[in-house]
Design a protein around this ligand. Sequence first.
Ligand code: PEP
Ligand code: MG
Length: 314
Amino acid sequence: EARAALATWSGPGRTAEGTPVKILANVADGESARTSAQAPVEGVGLFRTELCFLNRKEEPSVEEQAEIYGEVLAAFSGDKQYVVVRTLDAGSDKPVAFATHEGEENPALGVRGLRLSFSNPALLDRQLDGIAAAAQQTGTETWVMAPMVATVAEAEEFATKVRARGLKAGVMVEVPSAALLAHRMLEVVDFLSIGTNDLTQYTMAADRMATDLAHLTDPWQPAVLQLIAITAEAGRQAGKPVGVCGEAAADPLLACALVGMGITSLSMAAAAVRPVGARLATVGMQACEDAAEAALAASDPMAARAAVLEVLGG
Ligand code: PEP
Ligand code: MG
């Protein structure tokens, strides 16, 4: 059944009985956005803006930023489409010359992501101006989220700046503190997006780039699944969208379990869109919930995967 669905599914994202689940693309620039727009997605769930600037020495002007962001937004200007733009996640594995703090002992735990705006708020202000201008020029529905948020106060301050520009504001959940406080985060923002790559790294205290720690940097780890479930449940209770935009969303089996936890959107590389969308379309919401329960009850990643496979069938 899953194989037949792969041949025929063409979006939009939904479970077998038709409950909508947004299937979105992760993009890096205008080119990848245009490619992703060919896939059956309803928009972009993660535009990693820092990837536009990896080879830049100087910060682009607001006008130039607006042009760069506008290329992505223009690829998704359809009626029911939207784009989630992430503000600069510079630092650690993604150094940006004009933003990254030099000489940190432990850059993954240092001044990265939203933290850059603590000492340099104008950098964030200019980026938000560029995003707002691009949104205005293209007419694309634009949501904006911050990476590496650890406290509710950070989320609130960010949301104030974003809403002042007429855009929807959210934060990424990639630090365990944000997952544990998801219900309070949702009192101050419009949506959450779980970055499972970093959430796993920080929950397991295991470098996401360390290949010999791959057994720990696995989103099927029970502690990671618990944090995702807490975040998704907070979204259900608040009636606000909670998506997943890390690698976990690209795993068709795990994606079904995530939907069963209450996740409302899945964002992934374009190549994963059809396998995930097709699989989800064969699974009812009750089976997704059973899969979630089975995954959460398992004692390790291998058992969790096996339990979900058992519920959903091969
Ligand atoms: C994540 O951490 O899961 C995420 C989506 O962000 P990035 O991979 O860009 O750090
Ligand atoms: Mg991340």
